[in-house]
Design a protein around this ligand. Structure first.
Ligand SMILES: Nc1ncnc2c1ncn2[C@@H]1O[C@H](COP(=O)(O)OP(=O)(O)OP(=O)(O)O)[C@@H](O)[C@H]1O
Ligand SMILES: [Mg+2]
Length: 122
């Protein structure tokens, strides 16, 4: 595996009986890079010995969580493919996810590049 994206429940399903911390430690030994999403608590990026906590972007109201995980991955992978550091990748993921969960439907209603620029991420 090159990269694992998982929410907390998916991570724990890989290591039955393990705590969140134990599951993260196990995943680190099997995979070079992982992003574990934790809804409003943001995400944890695991790479080698590092665990980088990335905050979620606060939203006024959660309308429809569909697509949160996919948009997080989209933002993260955009950052990775364009050579950004891992924290910025995670922030791009948080930002893309925050756009789609504030309205109904999993597709962004505004250009995400503009949104990222507004947040000083591009
Ligand atoms: N209530 C929220 N407020 C702010 N950001 C959120 C919230 N819920 C999710 N997010 C953002 O979306 C990312 C992915 O969310 P989550 O961990 O719920 O993934 P998921 O369970 O795969 O979602 P889904 O399967 O519904 O698409 C989080 O890391 C966070 O950045
Ligand atoms: Mg998901």
């Amino acid at each position: 595996m090159d990269i694992v994206f998982a929410n907390e429940k998916e991570l724990l399903s890989l290591y039955p009986g393990a705590s969140f911390e134990e599951a993260c430690a196990s995943l680190k030994t099997e995979c070079g890079l992982a992003a574990i999403t934790r809804s409003e608590k943001g995400s944890i990026i695991l790479e080698g010995d590092r665990a980088i906590a990335v905050p979620a972007i606060p939203i006024e109201r959660l309308v429809d969580a569909t697509g949160a995980g996919d948009l997080y991955a989209a933002g993260f992978l955009f950052g990775l493919a364009t050579g950004r550091d891992l924290e910025t990748c995670g922030r791009l993921g948080s930002l893309a996810a925050s756009e789609v969960i504030a309205h109904v439907g999993p597709r962004p209603l505004r250009p995400l590049a503009e949104f990222a620029e507004l947040h000083g991420l591009l």
